[in-house]
Design a protein around this ligand. Sequence first.
Ligand code: KIV
Ligand code: ZN
Length: 453
Amino acid sequence: MERARIRVFDTTLRDGEQSPGCSMNVREKLRMAHQLDRLGVDVIEAGFPIASDGDFEAVQSVSASIRRPVIAGLARACTPDIERAWQALKGASHPRIHVFLATSDIHLKYKLRISRQQCLEQARDAVRLAKTFCQDVEFSPEDATRTDTDFLCRLLEAVVEAGATTLNIPDTVGYAMPAEFGQLIETIQHRVRGIERVTISAHCHDDLGLAVANSLAAIAAGARQVECAINGIGERAGNASLEEIVMAMRVRPDLHPYDTGVLSDQLYPTSKLLSEITGVSVQPNKAIIGRNAFAHEAGIHQDGMLKNPLTYEIMTPQSVGVPDSTLVLGKHSGRHALALRCEQLGYQFERRELDEIYRRFVILADKIKTVEDRHLLELIREAREQAQRIPPGHVGELPLAIAASASAGQTRPSGAYFSKPLATPLPADSKTSELPLSKVEQHGEQEDYLWGV
Ligand code: KIV
Ligand code: ZN
């Protein structure tokens, strides 16, 4: 079956940059744009040229130096904005003017103070003007999801007639629910005359945490462009996260049979670059690119991961550019991971010996958040010293000195996150494929399973 191609419109440098703490200067935007090009996005929205001289310059230099993707510049539906956008974009090999105007009654009444009819005419005239400069014109009815549907369809029809080539439907305030947003895209597809000549696009915000779900619903309903940002940055709660949309399609082609031009192994390097440039890091549990997205602390999970990563990972870390899965030694860890880390540090233990190390480890891990290599080495040394001094069977003192010296609050202490020895590659369908047996699994005893965690 032929898979539809979804255009990825990246707005990290425009909507993303508008979020507090994420502003970028010209040099930084250019650096980021080169990485977005490497990532394979179809459209880079480089900025809002009328907003500042810096933004104008950024759009101009991205246009001059990034030649493969379409470069878009934002403009309100008015002459000065559109002219300024074109001045910044005209050097691009594939320029796009992105015109927007709010259409919901709330925005018309309180923000723009114009009638629906005035709004429709302004949108149509703005697209006509943009079209005199550039073939590729995108129109966005801001706050589309809170706009009267009949009026929205009438206005969209007018801008298609005026020459818009992409109709972007923004859920500006992150208000829509997935089924409802999908329904809106379907309605637009059925009701707007001339819609077959244009690309429908979705632009979702994450105020209710639904931006990615809404974007996927829009694609399922017929949208063929999706607007999103690296690390999900954007106004307020952010835009739909590019990495999550791309990987949802890649991991579940059974439900989302679409292709994008994105090279998924560039996702993590792109995310890291953005954090480095803005100084804004992502939360550790952020899907796909967060520090803990491929880290395992619970003993049962670590045991499963060491036997076969299919047990707890639905994609390989390498597929998104993360070097490897990691195991973390904390109070939830088990003997299996502890034994592995000890081995990696050069220590192999008999089962009884490891039981003693593990007993001490659990008490220590209860006191400190993560057990680093230096704690582990000291713990081993203490256990060995005690074993030489004390007859077998005697319970030794606990390593309180280690607990006292442990530094709390470090983000990623040395040796706290470590890799397992061999990553078993994931087959295409991680649900049904046969699992290769590792040495540990071949042991096959329930007692071993319980001991392992
Ligand atoms: O969220 C929004 O409505 C926007 C438009 C400018 C597309 O960012
Ligand atoms: Zn937006």
